[in-house]
Design a protein around this ligand. Sequence first.
Ligand SMILES: C[S@@+](CC[C@H](N)C(=O)[O-])C[C@H]1O[C@@H](n2cnc3c(N)ncnc32)[C@H](O)[C@@H]1O
Length: 268
Amino acid sequence: MTGWLVAAFLGVACVLLGGRVLTDRARRKQRGVFGPWPLARIPLEALDPVFAAGPHGPTVATEVSFIGRGPMTVPGGTSDAEAWILAVLARRATTMFEFGTCTGKTAYLWARNASAGSRVVTITLAPSQQHQYVKSGKDSQSDTDFALRESAFETFVYTGTDVASGVEQLYGDSKTFDEGPYHDWADLVFVDGSHARSYVESDSAKAMRIVKPGGLVLWHDYAGPRHAPGVFGALNALAATVPLQHVGGTTFAVWRRPRGAPSAQLVE
Ligand SMILES: C[S@@+](CC[C@H](N)C(=O)[O-])C[C@H]1O[C@@H](n2cnc3c(N)ncnc32)[C@H](O)[C@@H]1O
């Protein structure tokens, strides 16, 4: 009897361990256990040729002013690789819009690296506005809790710096935000507000109207169903009608608006 119990215990342990190994491997390789994630994966240089490596790796064309995070944990933060990519892209943009300011690091890197006269607009939910947040039935509790926990900032990395005048800070709930004045306005849009599904859907629709023809929308945290389920689910669904891509080695999903596509035809 004891022998059977030990054998059963070992069998269950092996199955659990095997499952864990497969899941970890899939996460490392940015794919599902049973197949690739739905968004087509592209290499970084396909996003913008400026990232094409030279004989020594990234070239001086990708040099930027930068604040790394190293081993530190930063609320809502991008990885160092992602922050560098966002900063490089800002060098070619003059109008930039961000959903979700948090510490203001991306807004700062954009304002710091963009050319003189560029404009950065960023919207966030202030701590005193948390009651404006509207959870929908399709939103996971963990995504919702995260969004509210990160709505904790009223001063930002750019506050008091010499680039602060290039940043317009908007406060409010992104779902009720009227993006009309920004239609067809931005070279670059970063969708990184609440990761709850209803918010990703709403922010994405707005982002695709804010970006100008030829401009780029980037979403943060496309990283599988466990990491931010609202982002993963909303973007996989959106990819059925819009050719979203995933930049390998990052958690960026991206879409470049075709030149000549009228915004009214995008998403509604
Ligand atoms: C992941 S953090 C953003 C990180 C930032 N983009 C960066 O690169 O450093 C998410 C941000 O979205 C904001 N947010 C969450 N829910 C929101 C809502 N309903 N409307 C507007 N902003 C929201 C949070 O306050 C937080 O600042």
